[in-house]
Design a protein around this ligand. Structure first.
Ligand SMILES: NC(=O)c1ccc[n+]([C@@H]2O[C@H](COP(=O)([O-])OP(=O)(O)OC[C@H]3O[C@@H](n4cnc5c(N)ncnc54)[C@H](OP(=O)(O)O)[C@@H]3O)[C@@H](O)[C@H]2O)c1
Length: 397
């Protein structure tokens, strides 16, 4: 592979589940990628291990209190990697002229500014960090179009849809001849559980996803089905579609990752083992199919593929997400922030499982919605809603 074809890659959230899968694929395709920078937040030891193996030029911790320790460990390991700290510095690294692509694997709206910085610099953005798009969808999509940045979704459902669209399709445009899309949902660990037992659900039970091995926040979102709600919002921005063109089918086997329904009655789907390395590899290869390390799907042993309508009574977060799209403006950002705080409160055992949806709805109804104008506005709104939600959590406890 010529030097020009080697992709200089930044991995945001390298210490997380998406980061780990990305690095595993890069390790299997060493001749295609050069890791320029990796970021982590608090897991400094893992960050150092990554640096020892991949020898990036820069390592960033966004948790400024961890900077000193990270410097010490990098020195101790006798690495040439430059240690950088802070979110603003991370944005600068995403925009370096030598960078070709950025894998956005930070969890939550904390990743919003780095996602924006990436598209503003016209880089290829491989997007796992769905919350960034939920919060700032119009700013991200506008900046991507203006700066000719390519966005490839890594979320398995959106990546599946992207795989089922023509090769010349660019994210941000409404796909041609499309009737609707169907996002599949595993239903999480509780889709079959009786609603009257939901208040007894523990964080440990909610984190134990039947099919996917993921970070704690997205695991709770899958259990409440807010993850699917956030994905409806994500699909709305990526594929420029209204809510009426986005369906959800519960598919407990997680083998069909989503479907595109065309005007002529054809339905295209992407199938595969539930392994995030498949969509990540398709992104890293920029639609070229490179080895991912995932097991090949065996439909004979899979036996059955089932599909059900979602239950909105058990999973009210789904309807909340659709409402947020219909309301527009800051509604999606507000829903995302309240959800981040209420999920954290549930993980800390301050509220029960059902309270997540109740608090999300309560604050959504309370706050005045405005058009999204700037990053500054979204950051201020985020602080305000975080405080308001913490107050509701305290009153609840
Ligand atoms: N995991 C999946 O299978 C999957 C599938 C589809 C989409 N996604 C999406 O991908 C994103 C990452 O998910 P994940 O499961 O990989 O999460 P995760 O395992 O919890 O990892 C999160 C990453 O973000 C970093 N981080 C945490 N707080 C941060 C902050 N305030 N500022 C900057 N970085 C911060 C973490 O650093 P430290 O660990 O060093 O603190 C870690 O590197 C999420 O948006 C999720 O919805 C994930």
């Amino acid at each position: 592979m010529s030097e020009k074809q080697i992709k200089n890659t930044v991995i945001l959230g390298a210490t997380g589940s998406i980061g780990e899968s990305t690095l595993d694929i890069i390790d299997k395709n060493k001749n295609r990628f050069n890791v320029v920078a990796v970021s982590g937040h608090k897991n400094i030891n893992k960050l150092v291990e990554i640096c020892k193996k991949f020898k990036p030029k820069y390592v960033v911790t966004t948790h400024t209190n961890s900077y000193k320790k990270l410097c010490e460990l990098i020195n101790l390991a006798k690495l040439d990697t430059l240690v950088v700290s802070g979110a603003a510095e991370l944005n600068t690294i995403c925009q370096l002229p030598e960078v070709d692509m950025v894998v956005a694997g930070i969890v939550g709206s904390a990743g919003m500014e780095s996602v924006l910085a990436t598209v503003q610099a016209g880089k290829d953005l491989l997007l796992a960090n769905k919350e960034a798009l939920v919060v700032a969808g119009n700013l991200v999509m506008q900046a991507a179009i203006e700066n000719h940045a390519t966005i490839i979704p890594l979320d398995s459902e959106h990546n599946a849809l992207y795989q089922c669209l023509p090769d010349d399709y660019s994210v941000g445009a409404t796909p041609k001849n499309l009737k609707k899309i169907i996002l599949t949902a595993s239903g999480g660990p509780f889709w079959n559980r009786k609603l009257d037992t939901f208040s007894q659900i523990t964080p440990e039970q909610a984190c134990a996803h039947p099919n996917w091995d993921m970070g704690r926040k997205i695991s709770i979102d899958s259990a409440t089905m807010m993850n699917k709600g956030l994905e409806i919002i994500e699909a709305h921005w990526l594929f420029n579609l209204g809510v009426e063109k986005i369906d959800v089918h519960v598919h407990p086997q997680s083998i069909v990752h989503s479907l595109v329904c065309y005007e002529d009655g054809s339905v295209l789907a992407q199938l595969g083992e539930p392994d995030m390395r498949i969509p990540i590899a398709y992104g890293l290869g920029l639609r070229d199919r490179i080895p991912s390390g995932a097991k090949m799907l065996d439909l004979i042993s899979a036996k059955k593929l089932e599909f059900y309508s979602p239950n909105y009574q058990k999973f009210p977060c789904l309807a909340l997400a659709k409402q947020a799209i219909e309301i527009g403006g800051t509604a999606m950002a507000i829903l995302n922030t309240v959800n981040e705080v209420s999920v954290e409160a549930f993980l800390n055992k301050q509220i029960n499982f059902m309270d997540i949806a109740i608090i999300n709805q309560k604050i959504m109804q309370k706050v005045e919605i405005e058009p999204v104008k700037s990053v500054q506005q979204l950051l201020e709104l985020d602080s305000e809603i975080r405080e308001m939600t913490r107050q509701v959590v305290r009153e609840n406890g």
